[in-house]
Each structure stands twice: as structure tokens, then as C-alpha cells.
Design a protein around this ligand. Structure first.
Ligand code: AMP
Length: 279
């Protein structure tokens, strides 16, 4: 696996991978890799000839009081995992390569980025969309793979690719969970053993609400019950628990398909997100 940190070398390496009409799948990440990330890589191996993974902790998607400085970093461990998965190329630019001095152009995500995580994290999705657009232009993949774990992000990137005419396919990969149901996340590493044990209240509450709503229960009541159960389970606060149209992300007060239950909650300094389909 090549580890590349500058744009000129990247362009040469990508051209070499694509020789003979071979396809490239890109899996963008912020590192601290776990099985969720690796499931995206495995999907990439199935759908393309070569997989390129990027590791870039993007400062512009973190708010001033968020965990940019503390975000877990272990490139050597990540690289070893990616070698085992047969990844062709690791794209790991520094901040100065991604944002050379004088960088002044960015993408603004309108209504899809306003609610849910966008309301709690102003500017977050502008930062995500801008860096993902740059990664698409840098790597020029045929396919890019994102996790359904970040449902709003996936919807925003699909829309951005359509709106700005990126010529590639976007694939969503199912959420990888621990056996007790907690979605895998690099941020789970912030939880103490006691917090980690309690955190299972989050997926439990969402799953129960999804079932209630699918069976015809009142949406508002099911959402309120889920929020109460998350706090009763040991979370300090709930940013949102909402029923959304799975594609437009419009808030739903009455169940209609396709719908997705979206949620974010905080335990101590850790903010976790999750989502469930409502079928
Ligand atoms: P991150 O490193 O957190 O930015 O995540 C990189 C990619 O991995 C994103 O597309 C995430 O949605 C995806 N991802 C993170 N955790 C999971 C998970 N538990 N299951 C599936 N995909 C995930």
C-alpha cells in the first residue's frame, strides 16, 4: 500500500491505478479506524478494482469548542489495518496540503444541512461538503463509499454530487454495530467503561421507537419516549430525536415511507449519533 501526502504524487499514482480501464473506489475517513470503516473498505473491494482510503481530520468541520485537538490519531495502526484489507493507496495529506495558505473557496450546504446535526454544529456540513468535494477532485474515484451511520451526511453528499455534477457513484454502507447494538464510532473511545455500558440505552431507545412508529404509534409520543429513555439510561442530554423523510430529510410528524429515525445525544463530553430505518 502506498502512503501518499502530496497532490502531484497522488495524481501519478491514481493514473497508474486506473491504467487499463481499472476502477477506483474512494473511502473517506478521519482515521481511528474500526470495523465500520473496514466494512466500507470491504464494500469497495467488491465493487471496484482498487480501493483508495483517505485519512484526513478536517479542521473546518469541527466547531471551536469541539474535539478537533483531542480526536484520536494513530496512523501506523490504521495503515496496518488497511494493508490487511488490500487497500491500494492511503491518501493522508497534511492540513497545509489540503488548505494551502490563501484557501478561500468553500461549499455552502443549504436546507439539507440546516436541521439535526447542522443545527447543533453550525458550519459542520459546509466543512464536510467542501473537503469531500476536494477529495473527489483529488482522487477522481469512480465510486465513493460512505456509512449510513452518518445518514444526514450521506444525504448531503448525494445531493452535492448531483447539484455540482460530480461524475461518480455514491454508495451507502449499512451501520456496523457492536453486539450490544451501539454503533461503532471513533468517539466511543472517549467513553469510560461505565459510560460505554450505559450507552446501549441509545440504540435500544431508537429501535423501540422505530418499532412503535412502524406499528402505527403516534410519532410525537414515540420520539418523546425515546428521548426520555436515553436520558434515563445515563445520557446527559439529547440534541434531537426526529423522524425524517429518508431522502429529503424533511421532519415527519406522521409516518410515511421511506422514513428514518435520526438522533444525537451527549454523555459527558462525548456526542454520539445514530439512526434506524422505520419500515
Ligand atoms: P469518520 O472517520 O467518522 O469520518 O467516518 C468515515 C466513514 O465511515 C463515514 O462515511 C462514516 O459514515 C463511516 N462510518 C463510521 N462509523 C460507521 C459505522 N459504525 N458503520 C458504518 N459506517 C461507519
Amino acid at each position: 500500500m502506498q502512503i501518499i501526502r502530496d497532490i502531484a504524487t497522488l495524481h501519478r499514482a491514481i493514473a497508474a491505478l486506473k491504467q487499463g480501464g481499472k476502477s477506483v473506489a474512494l473511502v473517506p475517513t478521519m482515521g481511528a479506524l474500526h470495523d465500520g470503516h473496514l466494512s466500507l473498505v470491504r464494500m469497495g473491494r467488491r465493487v471496484a478494482d482498487h480501493v483508495v482510503v483517505s485519512i484526513f481530520i478536517n479542521p473546518t468541520q469541527f466547531g471551536p469548542n469541539e474535539d478537533f485537538a483531542a480526536y484520536p490519531r494513530d496512523e501506523a495502526r490504521d495503515a496496518a489495518l488497511l494493508v490487511e484489507e488490500g487497500v491500494a493507496l492511503l491518501w493522508a495529506p497534511d492540513v497545509a496540503v489540503m488548505y494551502p495558505s490563501g484557501h478561500s473557496t468553500h461549499i455552502e450546504v443549504a436546507e439539507l444541512g440546516a436541521d439535526y446535526c447542522g443545527a447543533a454544529r453550525p458550519g459542520h456540513f459546509d466543512g464536510v461538503a467542501t473537503v469531500v468535494a476536494k477529495l473527489f477532485n483529488q482522487v477522481r474515484p469512480d465510486i465513493a463509499i460512505f456509512g449510513e451511520k452518518d445518514w444526514q451526511q450521506l444525504a448531503i453528499i448525494r445531493r452535492m454530487a448531483r447539484d455540482l455534477d460530480f461524475h461518480l457513484d455514491i454508495l451507502g454502507a449499512p451501520i456496523a454495530r457492536d453486539p450490544d447494538g451501539l454503533a461503532l464510532s471513533s468517539r466511543n473511545a472517549y467513553l469510560s467503561a461505565e459510560q460505554r455500558a450505559a450507552a446501549t440505552a441509545f440504540p435500544d431507545a431508537l429501535k423501540a421507537a422505530a418499532t412503535t412508529i412502524a406499528k402505527g404509534g403516534y410519532v410525537d409520543a414515540a420520539l418523546a419516549e425515546a428521548a426520555a429513555a436515553i436520558v434515563a439510561g445515563g445520557f446527559d442530554s439529547v440534541d434531537y430525536v426526529a423522524l425524517a423523510d429518508a431522502d429529503s430529510l424533511e421532519r415527519l410528524t406522521v409516518f410515511r415511507r421511506p422514513a428514518r429515525l435520526l438522533a444525537a445525544a451527549r454523555m459527558g463530553k462525548t456526542r454520539l449519533i445514530d439512526n434506524y430505518p422505520v419500515n
